[in-house]
Ligand binder design. Structure first.
Ligand SMILES: [Zn+2]
Length: 187
């Protein structure tokens, strides 16, 4: 991002809102907004290889590995407003597993972009499958969307739930059910 240009755009936006960008409270707002958006979209600059570098381990296990309640913050691409919630991940490895903190980083890599929840869910599932060749992956995201809560239909309590299941999670109802029961405690 070109900071000067983004600041000029935010300054312009403030004027269009009928505000005075020179008043004290707003003087540094264009600068802050530019930095905030740089961070909130920093996932575009992250490469999967760098992110998991050294954190894929060999381990013979056919058990399901679960990481639940991973905090998630993203921006809806339709309104540039936040959606936020929790991500639950399950996978069955074929000899390789991720270090636990890496799953959260993989979530952030895709969440810190302009997103729709469905695509975000799918991307997380695919990167886990492709990253370690997992034989099956399940991802569920439960999120609240400020674009729904603050504007439009103003449904303050609605939670959107999306899921993506790949490989054995897709083929086997038993595997899917095990995943759901293991993450079920969080709801
Ligand atoms: Zn939206």
């Amino acid at each position: 991002m070109n900071h000067d240009r983004v600041e000029a755009l935010v300054d312009e936006l403030l004027r269009e809102m009928g505000e005075d960008p020179q008043r004290e409270g707003l003087k540094k707002t264009p600068h802050r907004v530019a930095r905030a958006f740089e961070f909130l979209t920093s996932g575009y600059g992250v490469r999967m290889e760098d992110l998991v570098n050294g954190a894929i381990f060999n381990q013979q296990t056919n058990n399901m590995i679960i990481a639940k309640d991973i905090e998630l913050y993203s921006l809806c691409e339709h309104h540039l407003l936040p959606f936020f919630g929790r991500c639950h991940i399950g996978y069955i490895s074929k000899g390789k597993v991720f270090g636990i903190s890496k799953l959260a980083r993989l979530v952030n890599m895709y969440a810190r972009r302009l997103q729709i929840q469905e695509r975000l869910t799918e991307q997380i599932a695919r990167v886990i499958r492709d990253g370690i060749g997992a034989e099956g992956v399940g991802v569920i995201i439960e999120a609240r969307h400020l674009c729904m809560m603050m504007r439009g239909v103003e449904k303050q309590n609605s939670v959107m739930i999306t899921s993506s299941v790949l490989g054995s999670f897709h083929r086997s109802a038993a595997t899917r059910n095990e995943f759901l029961s293991l993450i079920g405690g969080s709801r």
